[in-house]
Design a binder for this molecule. Structure first.
Ligand SMILES: [Zn+2]
Ligand SMILES: [Zn+2]
Length: 395
């Protein structure tokens, strides 16, 4: 828990500002008595607890200054110390998705670390760039649940730190069994195989809606924000000490001549002519941006044309993709693999399939940040910094 988050402040929030009715509207008024809750109180986990009424729950949260609050499943009897959830009969639980930015740091099929969050953020940090991954994933799941499964409504909640939770609100999803939830997740992750080496070009017919969704939702942000980002200012790397330099800056520094906009060949020539070496160990430099372009099977010209065309295309779909991408299956496979690796939603499967799991209680306070796990009304325009903290709420 963070220092300033005192028990007085927590109690005050739950007493005066916690929107109890709104919370009840999410879970529905029925069966409140037999629903499990979980809390962190004085750094201890309190599970197997239930309340006769929402007001009783609120009283508990106020008088115990709960540091974190979670809502669980509904059972046939009120969960309690003597009726632990393992021993009573499960009735239903909301169908929930969990997106967390920490899942976006991963290894590729060869076991190499792939910093999907190329912005440099890791663990608890986030920025505009990587937060977009969470938003894209939410939009992707939202559309998949509605269009491919016919569910009517999803609500999204801020996790309080660096993620979002999506609740499918349709009543019939509540009674889905573990197996049924797993098959929905298996469908969604058909493309997102463990090795993440699958290609858009080889996606099975059953997953065509997902494939089309990749085109309409993920390709444009990928090309605009991820694909060959250094093309506009290539990166040179020392073959010995691995230091990196921006080619244009280094050439300007050494020769005094402007180098902006020079093509790879001319850059190479100028580096050779002017005998430009690593600033630290005087070893040879390699243009690693050029290598990246070649790894995709592209030329510099084709790569910059793809980026330009995608940026100019307002509404993106499969047809646009076909027009813009070269008619070369190797290039297409390389680019498609990279899109899936870097942009495809990464879902914490266990959260969705484990029917007894507890999930952060909407509008409770995140003990680690002091932020409110609020409902996100407009997922496209939500940024964690704009989420109110407990102190904002009490002002
Ligand atoms: Zn970031
Ligand atoms: Zn060096």
């Amino acid at each position: 828990m963070i220092e300033d988050l005192t028990s007085d402040i927590l109690s005050e929030y739950y007493e005066k500002k916690f929107p109890l009715d709104r919370f009840v509207s999410y879970i529905g008024p029925d069966d409140f008595k037999t629903r499990e809750f979980m809390f962190i109180v004085n750094e201890n986990v309190v599970r197997n607890i239930s309340f006769n009424t929402p007001e009783k729950m609120k009283e508990f949260m106020v008088s115990n200054s709960v540091e974190s609050a979670y809502v669980g499943a509904v059972y046939d009897r009120p969960p309690s110390k003597n009726n632990r959830v393992q021993d009573i009969i499960w009735k239903y639980r909301e169908f929930i998705f969990d997106i967390d930015l920490s899942d976006y740091d991963a290894h590729d099929s060869e076991g190499n670390y792939v910093g999907v969050r190329t912005c440099g953020c890791e663990k608890y940090s986030y920025c505009d760039f990587c937060w977009n991954l969470a938003l894209e994933a939410a939009l992707f799941i939202n559309e998949t649940m509605k269009e491919d499964f016919g569910f009517k409504e999803m609500k999204w909640f801020f996790s309080g730190r660096r993620g979002v939770h999506g609740w499918v609100m349709d009543n019939e999803t509540k009674s889905l069994t573990n197996e049924q939830r797993t098959s929905i997740l298996n469908y969604l992750t058909m493309i997102n195989d463990p090795t993440r080496s699958q290609s858009l070009e080889e996606i099975p017919n059953e997953a065509k809606p997902l494939r089309n969704r990749i085109f309409s939702l993920l390709v444009k942000p990928y090309i605009e924000y991820v694909f060959l980002q250094d093309l506009e200012n290539p990166v040179l790397q020392c073959q010995n000490c691995k230091s990196k330099f921006r080619a244009y800056d280094l050439i300007k520094e050494v020769t005094g001549r402007k180098a902006e906009g020079l093509r790879f060949d001319t850059l190479d020539k100028r580096i050779k002519e002017s005998n430009i070496k690593c600033k630290y160990c005087s070893s040879e430099l390699t243009n690693i941006t050029k290598q990246e372009v070649e790894n995709f099977g592209l030329t510099e010209l084709k790569a910059s044309r793809i980026i330009k065309q995608v940026k100019e295309t307002r509404v993106f779909d499969h047809n646009q993709y076909n027009i813009i991408m070269p008619d070369d299956w190797k290039v297409r496979r390389n680019v498609a693999n990279d899109i899936i690796l870097r942009r495809y939603p990464r879902i914490d499967k266990a959260v969705s399939t484990d029917i007894k799991r507890v999930s952060r209680l909407p509008y409770s306070v995140h003990g680690g940040t002091g932020k409110i796990a609020m409902e996100i009304k407009d997922i496209r325009n939500f940024y964690p910094d704009s989420a109110p903290t407990i102190w904002d709420a009490l002002m």
